[in-house]
Design a protein around this ligand. Structure first.
Ligand SMILES: Cc1cc2nc3c(=O)[nH]c(=O)nc-3n(C[C@H](O)[C@H](O)[C@H](O)COP(=O)(O)OP(=O)(O)OC[C@H]3O[C@@H](n4cnc5c(N)ncnc54)[C@H](O)[C@@H]3O)c2cc1C
Length: 430
């Protein structure tokens, strides 16, 4: 389609609300808009929703990629009376003319909902951005899987001991939930898969380094959870390096600000995210970290009829002065609240302020090892791990995906096997 051409959409006589982003916030908004008196148009650069909390399992050969992504058209197949999906990348908004410009053409809106999530934050380090792999979408998860397996294949084949060392050193930067979970999963890969699959590689050779600039892991969780996760990681043989900020990696040499110097051919970056919405919202609507400043009704400051939800939105309130945490629950709850306010408006009722219900935080370190902070309750070990499994299956989108992941985990629980050790698409060749 020529750029500048209008994206084709049916005219059903209803005002149009365009939602940009089919993540947790976007799909929860769109789902609750039935009967609100709008034509809802969802735009996303992918034709699928992805469940980011389990990306690390795809990256470490734990589950199939199609267990955690779900087609957006299938998700909304029963909503065709008021809903349309168009796959395109939104480039910018013209809020004066109420137009959206995309790589597939342009379209107009009556209301605009921005739910574009976040991207990996390399904190301005161009070298790291060039070489390291983030873990923000399914392609990156598959890249990590390919790179890890390719490096093990190369390690098995090389006669050069120093190169073999570098190929079997794995560095994960950032000890938040994603980094901790990835490190734990790699440690389990080493314990249960490496020996059988690569009899020529000494298990001791594979080193997993988890590097964190602060002085603890899982900083956002309780001290109990943080301590327990650290103990579990060390028990699994992960080398946790605290107080070191990774400053450079050129594909081989890793350097930190506190003098650590090691050689590794794999570096996974889970150290931070930032919002990066399409252009068109000026300084008045901007908050820190690329986020958009919204009020308690999700309205972007200074822009009439424009709303923002989820990671991209910064709603400052007494409990969260710099906005809600960039995790799934605020996105889900904000999507629902805004849709309900649209419904209320139709009934002539006043909108409701958003109030976040914190359902707690959890992270798994490996099989039967997890930590969970639920209100005042602090759990660890097997009960926390069971709860973690239950919550993740519950929140996966689509019955088929729930079944796929659940049966995969049950099989893995008894066999310790990880079934997806395929290099389908070599990393570095695309
Ligand atoms: C590896 C990882 C692990 C995580 N683990 C957890 C966890 O255990 N628990 C938890 O609560 N949270 C976790 N999170 C955070 C959670 O996934 C996010 O907070 C949540 O996805 C935010 O939802 P969202 O709808 O705002 O954005 P997203 O879910 O990121 O969705 C944004 C959507 O917008 C689309 N998009 C972006 N830009 C454009 C554009 N220009 N044009 C068209 N489409 C666009 C994207 O394709 C995407 O579909 C994790 C995140 C990651 C990366």
């Amino acid at each position: 389609m020529a750029i500048g051409q209008e994206i084709s959409l049916p005219d059903n006589g209803l005002p149009r609300v365009v939602v940009v982003g089919g993540g947790f916030a976007g799909i929860n908004f769109a789902k609750h808009m039935r009967g609100a008196g709008y034509q809802v148009v969802l735009l996303d650069q992918n034709n699928f929703h992805q469940f980011q909390p389990l990306l690390y399992q795809v990256a470490t050969c734990g589950i199939e990629p199609d267990g955690i992504i779900y087609p957006l058209r299938k998700l909304f197949e029963k909503y065709s009376s008021h809903f349309r999906f168009r796959m395109c990348r939104v480039e910018r908004f013209d809020t004066g003319r109420k137009r959206i410009y995309t790589d597939a053409g342009e379209l107009g809106y009556d209301r605009l909902v921005i739910a574009t999530g976040s991207v990996t934050n390399f904190f301005g380090n161009a070298g790291l951005a060039k070489h390291a792999i983030g873990m923000k979408d399914i392609r990156e998860a598959l890249d990590i899987r390919s790179l890890m397996l390719q490096n093990l294949e190369r390690a098995a084949a090389t006669p050069d001991a120093a190169e073999r060392d570098a190929l079997t050193n794995f560095v994960i930067v950032g000890a938040g939930p994603s980094g901790v979970e990835t490190a734990g999963a790699l440690a389990e890969f080493r314990a249960h898969i490496l020996k059988g699959d690569y009899p020529d590689l000494d298990v001791e050779l594979m080193n997993i380094f988890l590097v964190q600039s602060g002085d603890c892991v899982l900083k956002g969780m309780s001290a109990h959870a943080s301590r327990r996760a650290l103990d579990d990681l060390r028990h699994l043989g992960v080398e946790v390096v605290l107080g070191h900020r990774v400053e450079s990696w050129d594909g081989l040499e890793v350097r930190t600000d506190a003098g650590l110097d090691l050689r590794a051919r794999t570096l996974i970056w889970t150290a931070g995210v930032e919002a990066c919405p399409p252009g068109g919202i000026g300084e008045d609507g901007a908050a820190g970290g690329g986020r958009l400043r919204v009020d308690r009704f999700h309205r972007v400051a200074g822009y009439d009829g424009v709303y923002a939800l989820g990671d991209v939105a910064c709603m400052s309130c007494p409990e969260f002065p710099s906005g809600h945490p960039m995790v799934a629950q605020p996105a889900i709850q904000q999507g629902r609240n805004l849709a309900r306010n649209f419904q209320r408006e139709r009934l002539g009722k006043a909108p409701r302020e958003f109030r976040y219900r914190d359902k707690g935080a959890m992270a798994t370190i490996g099989k039967r090892r997890a930590v969970a902070d639920i209100g005042k309750l602090q759990l660890g070990g097997f009960p926390a791990w069971l709860m973690w499994c239950f919550v993740h299956v519950l929140f996966l989108v689509g019955f088929r995906n729930k079944l796929l992941v659940f049966t995969g985990w049950v099989a893995n629980y008894f066999t310790y096997d990880r079934g997806n050790r395929f290099i389908v698409r070599r990393f570095g060749e695309h």
